[in-house]
Each structure stands twice: as structure tokens, then as C-alpha cells.
Design a binder for this molecule. Structure first.
Ligand code: FES
Ligand SMILES: [Fe+2]
Length: 409
């Protein structure tokens, strides 16, 4: 590891919490930065991870919303979720309600999903906005650029305004929004580095793949699990558990065929050297071009983009997985799949496309069983943060280290 290695063991100041506030709580207890801890090299085997309360406390999640999720780029949806002008969906970032919409020019915009009048959630299901977004409560209406267009009777019956009412200051609150491939990212604080720079270590690593060939598969996987969101990220980031949790997967891609790699200072990566494409009667899916010439014919790589986006690129598809906390102990997971070129998307190839999706479904069920038990274990006062294999769990260590730095900052 090249960066300073900071123990994330747990002398955190946020303690004694018995009833965690929900996602809408306005009471925020500051978390002292003392848990940045002392510098302990990972290869001494003495370092410990985040304490249990980082996974069970509503207040810790609230702090993560203000730091981890507000200050970084977070993938909140897909451009193909809003394919047509006017298409609008509700989404959320760690419980903060937002709107994603495609305006008439084709640009994707994000707004906080609250009416400026009395704060009603404006959009509660996917829809196509023809003209204006109308609040169902008192019928205030907004343009797709967020501007407030009408406020019926707000100045009294049959008067839409009153002297001094500044309609221009009551538009929807915009959120910084950008895209990479099909993924829509938002940055709530508005002051993160440009998305392109944030993702550059990942996009550079995969510059050898022609990602313009990707086509979205209609079938996707969605889960709700009873575990903290970080456990899902950590589980994705290491292959140490493979032999015991995923015996079927381990048959074709063994633990020892895996490798880790750096993806800049913020993201982490790992991969397999022995990926085997699914076959039906000798047929396989099309793969990215030129993989043989760059030695990646059998390589599958996976990158965890901080904080909660996990990507995979085997030779014949591309995975986008997001995990989004509903509460400290509940997480939504979404997996979407892209295949390589139009040729992969024919009806005859559907069974082949479903092979890796079925495998992910089985694998993720196996993973969820484990992370839910990790969550239960974090209720124990004896949990001290655990420890990491210096060789096989560097990725988990670095992720927790980053969380501790950001939450404590
Ligand atoms: S809360 Fe939306 S119009 Fe009143
Ligand atoms: Fe797993």
C-alpha cells in the first residue's frame, strides 16, 4: 500500500446511543474526529476495523449522509431509466429524496424532491411530465428547469401572488448532476471535483474496453437486505470468502485466481484471471474487441467506486451495482447489466444473457445471508472492529479507512 495507513479502530466519540433517529431526524450529534486513530501498517496484523456502531447507529448514518454521501459523487440512477424528454423518476441518496428528469433538450437534471411551499414530496412514482411538475397539495407548478411557474390563489382567492412575494426564489432546489456511460451521478454539496476527474482512475484502467458498445439488458436484480450498506460494499470488494460462500463460483474462478489492484487513492479494485463465459450448446455471447491482444480474454475486473457503486467488466458484459441505505440496518441493492454490441441483444441470445444474471442472483443471495449475519454480529459489545488479511482484505481495509477519514473530517 502506498498511502499512509491509518487504523480505523474505534475510539469514536459517538456512543451511548440506544434509540437511533430515523433518516428524517434533524438532531445531529457531532462525531469527534478522534477515530481517525493511530497509524498502524496493515502488515502488522494489529489493525482493527470500524466499530459495530458505525454499522448500527442511525446517528452515524446521519453523519455519513452529511459527509460521505453529500460530499462525493453518488450514482443514483441510470440515464436509460429516463429515456424520453419529460421522463421523471423519484430517487434518493441515503434517504434524501431527489428527482431525476430528462428535460426537453435531452439533458438530465436533478432536484431536491420537495415542493417549495410546504415541503411535500413532489414526485412519488415514475412519470412523464408534459409541461409542468404540479404539486398535488396546493397545485404549485414548476417547469422542468425547476422554475416556479404558478401558485394559484397564494395571494388570496383568485390572486396568485401578493406584494413582495418573490416567485423566482422559490424554484426547485437544483442538485449538481453529471453522467458517465449510462450512470447518473449527483453531488449534493456541489463542491466535489469534476466527475470526470473523480472517475479517472477507473475510466483509465478500463480504457482498453470499448464501453460505447454496451447495451442495457432489460432484466435487472433488486434486493432489500437487513444489513448496513457498508457491509455490502466490503463484501463485494474481497474474494477471500469465495471458497466457502460461493462454491459454484469457486469451481470456475477460484480464490487464488483473484488479484487486487489500486484505483487511485479513493476507489479499490480486484479481479479474476480465470473468468469463464457462459455457454449454451457451444454458443457464447460476443465479447469486447481485442481482448486477446491485451491479454484480457479471461480477465474479469471489479471496481468499487467510493462510496457505494460497484462495477464489473468480464469479457462479455458490464455490471453496475449500487447499494443505498434505507436505514442503518437496511439497504437497497440494485444490479443492472449491459452486454456487448447489438448482436448480444437479439431474442435468441436472451438465454445466454440470463446466465450471468442468474449466477449473480444466486451469488448475491449467498452474500446477503453472510452480510445479514455480519450485521447481527455488530450488535455484540464484544465486536472490536475485527481485523484484516494484509493480502486478501486490503480493499476492505482501505474502504473503511476512507469512511473513517471522511466521517471524521
Ligand atoms: S405543498 Fe406543494 S403546493 Fe403546497
Ligand atoms: Fe460474495
Amino acid at each position: 500500500m502506498t498511502q499512509p495507513e491509518v487504523s480505523v479502530s474505534g475510539s469514536m466519540a459517538l456512543c451511548n446511543e440506544t434509540s437511533a433517529p430515523g433518516p428524517n431526524s434533524t438532531t445531529v450529534t457531532p462525531i469527534a474526529p478522534s477515530h481517525a486513530g493511530t497509524v498502524v501498517p496493515i502488515d502488522r496484523g494489529r489493525e482493527m476495523g470500524l466499530p459495530g456502531m458505525a454499522y448500527t447507529s442511525g446517528r452515524y448514518l446521519q453523519r455519513e449522509r452529511e459527509t460521505v454521501f453529500a460530499q462525493h459523487w453518488v450514482c443514483v440512477g441510470l440515464a436509460s431509466d429516463v429515456p424520453n424528454p419529460g421522463d421523471t423518476i423519484p430517487a434518493n441518496v441515503a434517504g434524501i429524496p431527489i428527482i431525476l428528469l430528462r428535460d426537453r433538450t435531452g439533458e438530465i437534471r436533478a432536484f431536491h424532491n420537495i415542493c417549495s411551499h410546504r415541503g411535500l414530496q413532489l414526485v412519488d412514482k415514475p412519470c412523464n411530465i408534459q409541461g409542468k411538475i404540479r404539486c398535488p397539495y396546493h397545485s404549485w407548478a414548476y417547469g422542468t428547469d425547476g422554475s416556479l411557474k404558478s401558485t394559484p390563489h397564494f395571494g388570496g382567492y383568485y390572486k396568485d401572488s401578493y406584494d413582495g412575494f418573490d416567485r423566482s426564489s422559490k424554484g426547485l432546489a437544483p442538485i449538481r448532476c453529471d453522467r458517465w456511460l449510462d450512470m447518473i451521478f449527483v453531488n449534493l454539496s456541489g463542491n466535489a471535483v469534476p466527475l470526470e476527474d473523480y472517475l479517472k482512475p477507473a475510466s483509465d484502467r478500463w480504457a482498453c474496453y470499448d464501453l460505447t458498445q454496451l447495451r442495457r439488458e432489460p432484466r435487472e436484480l433488486n434486493y432489500t437486505c437487513k444489513a448496513n450498506w457498508k457491509l455490502a460494499v466490503e463484501n463485494f470488494s474481497e474474494s477471500y470468502h469465495l471458497a466457502w460462500v460461493h462454491p459454484a463460483l469457486n469451481d470456475c474462478s477460484r480464490m487464488e485466481d483473484h488479484f487486487g489492484f489500486d484505483v487511485g487513492d479513493t476507489h479499490v479494485g480486484q479481479g479474476s484471471l480465470k473468468y469463464v463465459s457462459g455457454q449454451i450448446e457451444g454458443r457464447t455471447l460476443p465479447t469486447f474487441d481485442n481482448l486477446a491482444t491485451i491479454g484480457k480474454e479471461k480477465v474479469a475486473e471489479y471496481i468499487t467506486v467510493f462510496p457505494n457503486l460497484m462495477l464489473g467488466v468480464p469479457p462479455d458484459y458490464f455490471l453496475v451495482m449500487t447499494v443505498n441505505p434505507i436505514s442503518a440496518g437496511r439497504t437497497q441493492e440494485r444490479l443492472t447489466f449491459y452486454f456487448v454490441s447489438d448482436e448480444a441483444m437479439t431474442p435468441e441470445k436472451q438465454a445466454l444473457r440470463h446466465l450471468p444474471i442468474d449466477l449473480w442472483d444466486v451469488t448475491n443471495d449467498e452474500d446477503i445471508t453472510m452480510i445479514e449475519r455480519l450485521q447481527t454480529g455488530r450488535q455484540s459489545p464484544k465486536f472490536d472492529g475485527g481485523c484484516f488479511s494484509p493480502e486478501l482484505e486490503k480493499t476492505v481495509y482501505r474502504f473503511q479507512q476512507k469512511i473513517a477519514e471522511v466521517v471524521g473530517s
